[in-house]
Design a protein around this ligand. Structure first.
Ligand code: HAM
Length: 405
């Protein structure tokens, strides 16, 4: 018989990890909810064209990593590789630009990228994602960054560095890329072969090179943050001033390149000091042209996404199960009814459901970490599992009183 296994790049989330994930999403809702972000959901698959246009034709995501398929009517659909494009589509489709702005939303769920799996990189992974649409106010950029930092703090992901930059407008960026390519061409002889080969396609990659000659050339290379228009530079300065005022440290990193084409102005990424090669816990930025690019009204936007698997990897192993309040050592309808009463009064209660002997049941109660064990025999006994003291109960009401129900 064929032995089935989870598909490459996918994982089963077993207890107690699944509980930690639920808790993480709960924390996200608490933190974002206080800042006025409402939960929202979009479909797991969308028109392929939405991602091609939204994320960008030239990105690795669109070129290589999409799970694309045809439906029975021959329409091309794609499993969502990220959330922002779908949220922007929904914003336009449901006329959300007519609501008071900004519209603040968050979502969590599965995303799909056909990447080579490795530690911290999956083909199906989970993101939490927050977006603020309809305003270019720099307090939104700063607020979102601070909220993500707060979530990391609450989830205890440990130390991370915040890399921050501004990309300006697409026009600024295009001019800058021409300038950088010209600079690299002027120093062609000092560059690694690899960088030379990609010089015209993607000169920005030269900033990532390890080659000593290339690195030396790059120290004096023109930087995009120095080429921003006055308006964009002021916007960026305000985002930084707000983060300073809030006391959140960051590094200006003009080489920060994100794998999605829609960014304008602010971009950022949190990099964990606890993770290996796939160390980006989360990132995002502003996308002031995206809604319009997708056929909606001109609408600024800013947001982020963070990888749930990576956050939990950084946070370390699951804490111990908190156990149960009461174990009912007994079988049959009396036990079953008592369990129902204890649960209704809010106590986490289990009963014997696998045919163990009384001795086995007591051992099992211990293993479950029960605070109390109720032994149903000819008489009812209530055992305090902390002290070992055992007391007779006269009635079910008596039991409820003794265990604090
Ligand atoms: P992203 O940087 O592509 O941004 O993904 C955000 C986070 O998702 C990453 O930092 C990482 O933690 C996690 N992630 C991405 N790919 C994988 C993978 N293959 N396996 C495990 N985790 C992964 C976005 O997706 C943008 N939509 C963020 C955004 C929202 N920008 C504006 N609004």
């Amino acid at each position: 018989m064929k032995k089935f296994q989870a598909s490459r790049g996918t994982v089963d989330v077993l207890p107690p990890d699944a509980r930690r994930r639920l808790r993480l999403v709960e924390i996200t809702g608490e933190v974002l909810g206080r800042a006025g972000y409402e939960p929202m959901e979009t479909p797991v698959f969308e028109d392929t064209e939405l991602f091609a246009r939204g994320v960008g034709e030239s990105t690795d995501i669109v070129q290589k990593e999409m799970f694309t398929f045809e439906d029975k009517a021959g329409r091309s659909l794609t499993l969502r590789p990220e959330a922002t494009a779908g949220i922007c589509r929904a914003y336009t489709e449901h006329g959300m630009h007519k609501l008071p702005q900004p519209v603040k939303v968050w979502t969590a769920g599965p995303f799909f990228r056909h990447e080579a799996p490795q530690a911290g990189r999956f083909r199906q992974f989970t993101q939490i994602d927050a977006e603020a649409l309809g305003s270019d106010d720099p307090t939104l950029d700063a607020e979102l960054i601070l909220l993500l930092a707060e979530i990391f703090e609450r989830v205890r992901t440990g130390p991370s560095r915040l890399r921050l930059s501004s990309l300006g407008t697409p026009a600024t960026r295009a001019d800058y890329i021409d300038e950088l390519a010209a600079y690299l061409r002027a120093h062609e002889g000092e560059l690694s072969e690899e960088v030379r080969g990609r010089l015209e396609q993607n000169p920005l990659r030269a900033f990532d090179a390890d080659h000593p000659g290339t690195k030396a050339v790059m120290t004096d290379a023109p930087r995009l943050v120095d080429r921003l228009t006055t308006e964009d530079a002021e916007h960026f300065a305000e985002v930084r001033a707000l983060l300073d005022a809030a006391g959140l440290p960051y590094e200006i990193d003009s080489t920060l390149v994100r794998g999605l084409d829609y960014y304008t102005r602010t971009v950022f990424e949190f990099v964990s000091e606890r993770l290996g090669a796939q160390a980006a816990l989360g990132g995002g930025g502003r996308y002031d042209g995206l809604v319009e690019e997708l056929g909606g009204p001109p609408t600024p936007g800013v947001g982020w996404a963070a990888g749930v698997e990576r956050m939990l990897m950084a946070a370390g192993p699951a804490e111990q199960d908190h156990g149960i309040d009461v174990f009912v050592a007994g079988t049959g309808r009396d036990a079953f009814v008592l369990v129902g009463q204890l649960r209704s009064s809010g106590l986490r209660t289990q009963m014997e459901q696998a045919g163990r002997s009384l001795k086995g049941q007591l051992k099992h109660a211990d293993r479950l970490g029960a605070r109390w064990t109720v032994i149903l025999g000819d008489e009812i006994e209530v055992k305090d599992m902390d002290t070992g003291a055992q007391q007779r109960a006269e009635s079910v009401d008596d039991v409820l009183g003794m265990v604090g129900a």
